[in-house]
Design a protein around this ligand. Structure first.
Ligand SMILES: Nc1ncnc2c1ncn2[C@@H]1O[C@H](COP(=O)(O)OP(=O)(O)O)[C@@H](O)[C@H]1O
Ligand SMILES: [Mg+2]
Length: 378
């Protein structure tokens, strides 16, 4: 048996300031349970909804129990030391200045979704601190979080996108004025359109507009989440997802078997309620696709991962429809750099169906991060 000193110390960071706080806690609970205690020494770091960092109390609940969502509550205040010499976390005792107690960590697993987690912000903090971490870096995280820049980068790499318009004024400044979508653009996009905040998740702030009379309200709803509003033509088709993992030892990225999200009758699109509240969807893992369709999805998923400069892991979401000539039309909807990570989430399920168990997946992600080491330019 290895001694404690031989173990890799992993700080699993969860919770956070985004609307996906609870789901992050649930994901982290599963990740922690999967880390082999013989090899890993786990430090549980919670970020409260107001942004406070704590070493989570031992009784911190990370599962949904009796319908109650978990939330980071108490714990010892802790802070990430920005000076790379600190190598980790400073424990802050109440009432004192930064205390001497330092917890060195070998690697951080930020199991955080959405703003301040999946958008490059915590990644920047970790790079300043010189601590290796799981997943994409600052740029890929920020670019994948922003639907406008995701589309630009994918398009520039020959990965086709559905028609869309970002609301900007004549100077190019972001401006959530519905009149900026002129008649020609309305004609071109056609109805329905999906009106979205450019940087959000969990379908928050998104409206499917089927009548232009409802468009101004949809723009206001999206703008309440993000000042940058994107209007997308509807892309008809099946919703297909594919997991990507960085290659072992720096090799080419690998794609999982794809899965399909099947909306049950009565559910029009994959909105917030369908994602978390209703029993509105079925997951088909693997998706019922032809071998050619599977290959096309996997190839585009790997290309998207590289186009956005992702690291570690990503889930690439597609629409699979039919082109006017009857051939398949595969369009990437979005790329998630820290997809849901509960055992029933799509990403781990797709990898399980590909032959990578949940503990193997977690192990591989941590090992990749440790191997790559701190990212700052040397
Ligand atoms: N252009 C589109 N055409 C058809 N359906 C769409 C389109 N954009 C979004 N949707 C529907 O809305 C859901 C949420 O949109 P998405 O862009 O994935 O937002 P989020 O980042 O919040 O998950 C999708 O899963 C899909 O059901
Ligand atoms: Mg989505």
């Amino acid at each position: 048996m290895s001694s404690k000193a031989d173990k890799v110390r992993v700080a699993v960071v969860f919770g956070g300031r985004s609307a996906e706080h609870a789901i992050s806690c649930v994901s982290a609970g599963s990740v922690i349970a999967a880390l082999d205690p013989e090899r890993y020494d786990v430090v549980r770091v919670g970020i409260a909804t107001d942004g406070r960092w704590v070493l989570a109390d031992p009784d911190q609940r990370l599962a949904i129990t009796e319908g109650e969502l978990p939330e980071v509550s108490g714990g010892t205040a802790v802070s990430l030391v920005g000076d790379p010499a600190g190598r980790g976390l400073a424990v802050l005792e109440p009432g004192s200045a930064i205390g001497p107690a330092l917890t060195e960590v070998d690697v951080v697993f930020p199991v955080l979704h959405g703003a301040y987690g999946e958008d490059g912000t915590i990644q920047g903090l970790l790079e300043m601190a010189g601590v290796p971490y799981v997943g994409s870096g600052v740029f890929a995280s920020a670019a994948s979080m922003d639907k406008e820049f995701t589309k630009k980068l994918l398009e520039a790499n020959g990965l086709p996108q559905g028609d869309h318009v970002v609301l900007r004024d004549a100077d190019g400044a972001v401006c959530a004025d519905p009149k900026l979508l002129d008649d020609a653009a309305r004609e071109r996009l056609g109805l329905p359109v999906f009106v979205k905040p450019s940087r959000a998740g969990s379908s928050i702030g998104i409206t499917k507009v089927t009548d232009w009379a409802d468009f101004p309200e949809a723009v206001a709803t999206a703008a309440a989440v993000d000042e940058k509003v994107i209007v997308e033509a509807s892309v008809p088709g099946r919703e297909i997802e594919c997991g990507v993992l960085a290659g072992r030892d720096g090799g080419a990225p690998e794609a999982s078997v794809p899965a399909e999200i099947k909306l049950r009758p009565g559910t029009d699109w994959y909105d917030f309620a369908a994602k978390y509240l209703d029993d509105a969807v079925d997951f088909d893992v693997p998706a019922d696709l032809t071998p050619e369709q599977t290959r096309a999805v996997q190839q585009q998923a790997r290309r998207a991962f590289l186009a956005l400069d992702c690291r570690g892991l990503a889930r690439v979401d597609f629409f699979l429809g039919t082109a006017p000539d009857g051939s398949d039309r595969l369009v990437i909807n979005e790329v998630n750099t820290m997809p849901g990570f509960t055992p029933i989430s799509m990403f781990p399920r797709m990898w399980a169906a590909t032959g990578v168990t949940y503990p193997e997946l977690v192990d591989r992600l941590v090992a990749t991060a440790v191997r790559e080491g701190a990212r700052a330019p040397r």
